[in-house]
Ligand binder design. Structure first.
Ligand SMILES: CC(C)(COP(=O)(O)OP(=O)(O)OC[C@H]1O[C@@H](n2cnc3c(N)ncnc32)[C@H](O)[C@@H]1OP(=O)(O)O)[C@@H](O)C(=O)NCCC(=O)NCCS
Length: 240
């Protein structure tokens, strides 16, 4: 059974059973829908997108968004034809934006107004909090939690069972986007790392497995595994 509101545009490539689509939702392009899917009012799903079974997408979310191009930003004119995939049991919050080429694994929660840029790979049962912003080409391991208002810079790799607290911020470019040969360097964060609230992670640093970064720290150098590091700049103060 399908319950499609009369104001919705419902033109998927393929659709399973028990799909509910609310008013003014738009589902177009090469979209493939599984079974038991609830798409709330004003959701947009476009491009090459697969939504697996038991997914719920709350009002005004946008799945498959293409990056904007403008003379004002240096962005390659790459053709984003990669699949955007939302796996089973995942919930996408209201106003969240999932760009083209992202793959969100099973049973994740993407919070209200989160923005996940293109080609981000998210493991299962990850929580992306409210208003979190994630740059392009980030990888996030299973069960990791990223709390509200954190910013994860592009090209970062985050392990499994990591906790990134609220307002953590990270950068991947010491040239401030000047010059022609900008090399972006995200962070490499090991498994079970905890990053305290408001910490800042500078380009290219790594944090080893099981380490803890104190609240408000500025991480300017690599932190080995199993250490507590604190301060500005962050220094290792003891083993965990
Ligand atoms: C890192 C942290 C876990 C350390 O806790 P702890 O082991 O109990 O450490 P203590 O409170 O005993 O502090 C040890 C010393 O480090 C200092 N210190 C603790 N946290 C610090 C920080 N973030 N930055 C600078 N110094 C810090 C303390 O003042 C104390 O100094 P002293 O020995 O001169 O008195 C804790 O301070 C912290 O930053 N927690 C983050 C909490 C958080 O972000 N939660 C998630 C919310 S979404």
């Amino acid at each position: 059974m399908k319950t499609i509101h009369q104001t919705a545009v419902f033109e998927p490539r393929e659709a399973g059973r028990n799909i509910v689509v609310g008013p003014y939702a738009v589902i177009e392009g090469q979209v493939k829908l599984g079974n038991n899917i609830k798409i709330h009012p004003h959701v947009v799903i476009s491009g090459l997108v697969e939504i697996d079974d038991n997914v719920e997408i709350l009002p005004f979310a946008y799945i498959g968004r293409l990056p904007s191009t403008s003379p004002a930003i240096k962005q390659s004119s790459e053709n984003y034809t990669q699949l955007t995939k939302i796996s089973s049991g995942t919930v996408i919050g209201p106003h969240a934006i999932i760009y083209a080429g992202c793959q969100i694994d099973q049973e994740c929660l993407v919070g209200d107004a989160a923005s996940v840029r293109e080609k981000v790979i998210v493991g299962q049962q990850v929580i992306v909090g409210r208003h979190v912003t994630i740059g392009p080409n980030v990888k996030i391991g299973a069960r990791t939690r990223i709390v509200d208002f954190a910013h994860i810079t592009g090209e970062t790799v985050i392990g499994e069972d990591v906790f990134i607290s609220t307002h953590v911020c990270s950068a991947n470019d010491n040239s401030f986007a000047t010059g022609d040969n900008i090399i972006l360097k995200g962070q490499t964060i090991g498994d079970r790392v905890h990053v305290g609230l408001g910490a800042m992670l500078l380009p290219g640093i790594s944090i080893g497995d099981d380490s803890v970064i104190g609240a408000g720290s500025i991480v300017t150098k690599n932190i080995p595994s199993n250490k507590l590091a604190l301060g500005q700049p962050a220094k290792v103060i003891r083993d965990i």
